[in-house]
Design a protein around this ligand. Structure first.
Ligand SMILES: [Zn+2]
Length: 293
């Protein structure tokens, strides 16, 4: 099954929901980051939530999620947009931890249970929207739910999961977000809670061939109306021009040092791991350009 996100509403528009399958996206992130299983699960959960939050946006709007916990994975960064394009990385994708007490990949151990979750939305306005909440669990699904409740005043249920295969590739990944807008009846909330408590994990549902649509139908009371389906794709926006900007920001002294010691520079994009080589000549041109300013 190709990756996609489906957008749905129910209860006369008082409930909106997103269901996602992101297996290929998370596998591509794993491969590019050479991530361990626990890091794959952590980055993949954040990327899946990010992908769904991306399609909540419109047009050319985009968002960045930063998970800055006190765990050994360091920072997780996710970029996503309304077109379903996503990229993500972690500072330390090589983090390896024993399974947790439940015999599962210890995502909270990797992320840490203390720290902040930041959401920065570029909505084409002068100032980007910034929201942040404290990390409450480190397992990430709950943390995103807490973010929606606290920062966007939208009570939400978030389920995100990544199942890593024996050969360390991604077997399944996906998730859902169900959001309650004002006016939802108590009995409908109780119904969702009851359905949730009996719901197997997203990854076991997806592994059995359950579709995101079926998961949402199971969770949501009444008739679910499915709207558009958005394909999800890994896409990095790095290019040579941007990395020249990074080199310039290093300053003349550092560029001189690179020129003398390495006769050039090689930069690697944190997200896609693409390498960009700059010759000594190119560095000299850059130094001249900066000094002439
Ligand atoms: Zn890149």
């Amino acid at each position: 099954m190709s990756d996609y996100i489906v957008r749905a509403t129910a209860l006369e528009g008082k409930l909106r929901a997103f269901g996602a399958i992101t297996t290929r996206l998370v596998e591509e992130i794993r491969r590019r980051q050479q991530a361990t299983p626990v890091a794959t699960a952590a980055i993949g959960r954040a990327a899946t939530a990010g992908a769904m939050m991306g399609v909540m946006l419109k047009g050319d709007d985009r968002l960045t999620i930063q998970v800055k916990g006190n765990g050994p994975i360091g920072q997780i960064l996710v970029d996503a947009n309304a077109k379903g394009e996503v990229r993500a990385y972690a500072t330390n994708p090589q983090v390896d931890l024993p399974l947790n007490a439940a015999g599962k990949l210890d995502v909270a151990g990797a992320v840490g249970t203390d720290g902040f979750l930041y959401v920065i939305k570029d909505l084409g306005l002068k100032e980007p929207y910034r929201g942040s909440v404290q990390i409450v669990s480190g397992e990430l699904g709950e943390d995103f739910a807490y973010y929606f409740a606290q920062s966007e005043q939208t009570p939400s249920v978030v389920g995100v999961g990544v199942l890593v295969d024996r050969d360390y590739t991604v077997k399944t990944a996906g998730g859902f977000i169900v959001q309650l807008l004002p006016g939802v009846a108590e009995e409908d909330i109780a119904y969702i809670e009851q359905q949730l408590s009996g719901l197997p994990s997203v990854t076991s549902l997806l592994s059995e061939g359950t579709t995101p649509e079926q998961i949402l139908t199971r969770l949501i009371p009444g008739n679910v109306k499915f709207h558009e389906t958005i394909p999800v794709l890994f896409r990095c926006t790095c290019n040579r021009e941007r990395l020249i900007g990074v080199l310039v920001s290093l300053g003349v002294n550092e560029l001189r040092r690179l020129l003398e010691e390495d006769q050039g520079a090689e930069l690697v994009c944190s997200f896609c791991k693409e390498k960009y080589a700059f010759s000594g000549e190119e560095l000299e041109t850059l130094i001249d350009r900066i000094e002439q300013k």
